[in-house]
Write a protein that binds this ligand. Structure first.
Ligand code: BES
Ligand code: ZN
Length: 456
């Protein structure tokens, strides 16, 4: 075993302890009551980067949550990687469904349970531990590294773009590296070459000026809850296609070769569907499950509220009904162009007697990088070394808003090398990171730095 691999093996347990310390900080970006915790988490990781030997470590304030920056530029003549990750997490709710508290990281059956375990603190720590190993074993890194870890990914990365633009010159690099995606199975490493974008909206339907007695007024004035249901029902047709005019105009036609590759990828559809806990598959007619979550867009209600939802019954005609409706977009759909179309269509669908208002909560364009780019060779070699198996190329259904921004600010090849698993309960209660993924991922990242130094 080479010294680097031996170091990673010897210090496994402490790596997990170091990760746990970060997981104990509830850096929930969406909730104002966690603002201070979120800042504290950035400071905590900054302290760790300094301990590792990174230089110019800064916690940079923004109009939102701070951005964490660090660098190590001691490998002149070698490539520079810009590493991106996020230290913020999704809200832990519903709390009562966690087997152990979300911010008290707990090991069970070789898995580490906590909010942020895999998304994305655990994956950020794979890099920190790979950095540590190189520093300790070799006295430095094989490449130059610039690290940007933000605190607003889970709420749309609103203030990161400004940071990237203002510091564009300092952030020059040869390749972007991100670990915030998944593997195709516990032993199947994957490289992601595309992500869906998102358009997240809120529909508010109002009718009567206040709640009304449903006997005295019901039948005579429009009910916003019924109207909202009618609007939402009309947003998709019987084939699962979205009816917003022009919605599919820019959807990329997947070349036959790529469709073939998707069809042949070792995606375990049965396991994936079992993991969902749904009684059966569902989706757009004419597409496979894998295509539905990668190359096809979606429209989903993420939450809705109206009227009385307490115990028992209340005969009320609500004055307001609202829903959070998001669309996952695929290359080359443009959320900025789609929002006004969506808004106009929803207003048109609103039945007489109510008023519909549509808000644009946040959006991110889809992302696609060249799967054949030579820079990805280094990642393929690293993954093959770490897992004794070639990596598969895949598209992901989730979104990482900054990827499209990087496309504009840097225009570099991107290595999306993630180690999540389908059963990680990302964004849900009992989120976990399997230790086999964490350690295998750390090894992969340590090798990636070496392979990048070796060249494309
Ligand atoms: N790590 C995820 C993105 C992801 C999810 C990649 C699943 C691959 C598979 C990321 O942290 C995330 O959840 N992003 C949000 C972004 C949104 C709030 C703009 C998402 O996709 O919901
Ligand atoms: Zn996430």
């Amino acid at each position: 075993m080479d010294p680097l691999t031996r170091y990673l093996e010897t210090h496994r347990e402490r790596f997990v302890e170091d990760l746990k310390a970060a997981l104990r900080i509830p850096s929930v970006s969406a909730q104002p009551e966690h603002r201070e915790d979120t800042r504290r988490c950035a400071e905590h990781i900054a302290g760790h980067l300094r301990e590792l030997g990174m230089t110019r470590v800064e916690v940079v304030p923004t109009a939102g949550h701070p951005v964490l920056y660090g660098e190590w530029l001691g490998a002149p003549g070698k490539p520079t990687a810009l590493l991106y990750g996020h230290y913020d997490v999704q809200p832990p709710d519903p709390l009562e469904l966690w087997r152990t508290p979300p911010f008290e990281p707990t090991l069970r059956d070789g898995k580490l349970f906590a909010r942020g375990a895999v998304d994305d603190k655990g994956q950020v720590y794979m890099h920190l531990k790979a950095i540590e190993a190189h520093m300790q074993v070799n006295g430095g890194l094989p490449i130059n590294l610039k690290v940007v870890i933000e605190g607003e990914e889970e709420v749309g990365s609103e203030h990161l773009e400004r940071f990237l633009r203002e510091r564009r010159a300092e952030l020059d690099a040869d390749v972007i590296v991100v670990s915030d995606t998944a593997m195709l199975g516990p032993d199947q490493p994957a490289l992601c070459y595309g992500l869906r974008g998102i358009l997240y909206t809120q529909i508010e339907v109002t009718g009567p000026a206040q709640d009304l007695h449903s006997g005295h007024f019901g039948g005579a004035v429009a009910n916003p809850a019924n109207a909202l249901c009618a609007i939402i029902a009309a947003l998709r047709d019987g084939d699962g296609r979205i009816t917003v005019p022009g919605f599919y105009d820019k959807v990329r036609t997947v070349p036959p070769g790529e469709r073939e590759m998707l069809r042949n990828s070792p995606f375990d559809e049965a396991a994936y569907l079992r993991e969902s806990g749904s009684p059966g598959p569902w989706g757009e007619r004419g597409y496979s499950t894998l295509e539905r979550i990668t190359v096809r867009p979606t429209l989903d209600v993420n939450g809705m509220w109206s009227g009385y939802i307490g115990e028992g019954s209340k005969t009320v005609l609500p004055s307001l009904a609202a829903a959070k409706v998001s669309m996952r977009l695929v290359p080359h759909q443009d959320p900025v162009e789609l929002f006004p179309r969506f808004e106009a269509y929803v207003k048109k669908l609103a039945p007489p007697g109510v008023t519909a208002k549509v808000l644009d909560l946040h959006s991110a364009p889809p992302f696609l990088t060249d799967p054949a780019h030579p820079m990805l060779e280094a990642a393929r070699r690293a993954l093959a070394r770490a897992w004794s198996k070639p990596a598969v190329m895949m598209l992901e259904g989730g979104s990482i808003p900054v990827m499209a921004t990087f496309e504009q600010t840097h225009g570099l090849p991107s290595i999306l090398m993630g180690f999540g698993l389908d059963d990680d309960q990302v964004h849900a209660p009992n989120e976990k990171f399997s230790l086999s993924s964490f350690h295998g991922g750390t090894r992969s990242v340590a090798y990636l730095y070496e392979e990048l130094a070796r060249g494309a």
